[in-house]
Design a protein around this ligand. Structure first.
Ligand SMILES: Nc1nc2c(ncn2[C@@H]2O[C@H](COP(=O)(O)OP(=O)(O)OP(=O)(O)O)[C@@H](O)[C@H]2O)c(=O)[nH]1
Ligand SMILES: [Mg+2]
Ligand SMILES: [Zn+2]
Length: 404
């Protein structure tokens, strides 16, 4: 298996560092120098001593801020002074950056004030949830950045019965791969009859991961989630449309009581489910980070239709740990568990100790991931070629201007 963990992801600041060098020649005065104490306000949004230490090390132009909403290239950020709109500085576009290097909700960024704040750089992420966007070739999408927990929400309801262990495996792989801790939340338990059986099925594929059945509608079971909702911790809610992510967010904001009135901000819009086909209507249309009264941070996201694997693969081994363990007993080190002699994995299927559906899913995801990895490599290579061509053009223009 290829290993391309978080550590080898494009590091936005490497690009930004070049940008700053350019800027330094032009407008020295705008660069922040020396230690900058962030306004206490940002601490309420997860900023801590670790982030401060990173901030002190990187080249930067403005003040630290956190991205709390993103929609089609327009951002909402919070600085120490409060929330404001922001957009990317031109540098982001000129450098032809990969999508996953652009700011996502949850990112800490370097921003300067303007009529609309300008975002100049993204601090290297501690964790992220990145998936392959539905449809398009190698396009990746950052669902959330700097998250501690990923709540994978599936619904056990009669209106939306979205429980699916194969899909769960995909979410789990991406969560582990991006460095957050997954939690499985089975919502709409108030409508379910077979909750105990579903919990067991989920636990069988989510080994070592908490699986909690809840009802955002009645508040039942929400107490299980509250120990994770610590001040400064960030949680992202992911899942299909209509499973009740926004309803959960609202219930948690109301302290677990879905009927309690909530405080300052408007509640997340909640959609009606179309009864004929049991599907939600994508009520939530942008990713949105909000703060609970207790200080925990929640990211509500639009429903995902597809959970495409990325080329990163730290996650698959964690999700299919039992297959990896068995594979150690195969005769061939590069055994594909597909008819080779002395295959301990196939033996386990024959003996009935390994679910053949599990092995099938593992093989399928491994193929998908390898395919995606090759596409991403090609995309990266062509992005680099474009960047190089742009640089060459820029330097030619500069030379021409110089000799004019
Ligand atoms: N019975 C029941 N209904 C629920 C529960 N949670 C949410 N719902 C209903 O399910 C529907 C969809 O809920 P939303 O919170 O909008 O779902 P969502 O996951 O945010 O959907 P998108 O924003 O489209 O991704 C609404 O009609 C909710 O009232 C629950 O625990 N039990
Ligand atoms: Mg929603
Ligand atoms: Zn084998």
């Amino acid at each position: 298996m290829r290993s391309r963990g978080l550590g080898t992801l494009p590091r936005p600041f490497l690009f930004v560092a070049r940008g700053v060098a350019v800027c330094r020649e032009k407008k020295e005065a705008t660069l922040s120098t020396g230690e900058q104490v962030p306004p206490a306000g940002l601490a309420a949004w997860g900023w801590d001593a670790g982030w401060q230490a990173v901030w002190d090390e990187v080249p930067r132009l403005g003040e630290p801020a956190r991205v709390i909403e993103e929609q089609r290239g327009l951002y909402r950020i919070v600085t120490g002074q409060g929330a404001c709109e922001a957009e990317l500085s031109g540098r982001f576009r000129h450098e032809g950056m990969a999508v996953e290097a652009l700011p996502g909700v949850g990112d800490y960024v370097d921003a300067t004030p303007a009529s609309r704040h300008r975002i100049h750089g993204v601090l290297p992420r501690r964790s992220q949830f990145v998936r392959k966007a539905a449809g398009e070739a190698a396009r990746l999408q950052v669902a959330a950045a700097n998250i501690d927990y990923t709540f994978i929400v599936q619904a056990l309801g009669q209106d939306v019965h979205d429980f699916n262990v194969r899909r769960l495996e995909r979410y789990l792989a991406l969560a582990w791969d991006g460095g957050s801790s997954p939690v499985v939340v089975l919502n709409k338990a108030d409508q379910a009859q077979d909750t105990a059986a579903r919990i067991e099925e989920a636990e069988a594929v989510a080994v070592g991961v908490p699986v909690w059945a809840v009802s955002a509608a009645t508040g039942a079971g929400l107490g299980q989630l509250t120990p994770l909702l610590q001040p400064g911790k960030t949680v992202v809610l992911l899942g299909s449309s209509g499973v009740g992510k926004s309803t959960l967010v609202n219930a948690l904001r109301a302290g677990g009581d879905p009927h309690a009135a909530s405080g300052e901000e408007p509640l997340q819009a909640v959609g009606a489910v179309r009864l004929q086909d049991g599907r939600g209507r994508h009520t939530t249309t942008s990713r949105h980070l909000l703060r609970l009264a207790g200080g925990a941070l929640l990211i509500d996201t639009p429903g995902m239709r597809e959970v495409g694997l990325t080329g990163l693969d730290g996650g698959l081994g964690s999700v299919f740990a039992e297959i990896d363990d068995l594979a150690a007993g195969c005769r061939f080190a590069d055994c594909r568990h597909d008819g080779e002699p002395g295959c301990a994995v196939q033996d386990a299927v024959v003996e009935g100790t390994l679910d053949p559906g599990r092995l099938d899913a593992y093989r399928r995801l491994e193929r998908e991931q390898a395919f995606q990895a090759r596409k991403e490599d090609r995309a990266l290579a062509s992005a680099e070629r474009r960047l190089w061509a742009q640089r060459t053009r820029d330097s030619r223009t500069r030379r021409r201007e110089k000799f004019r």
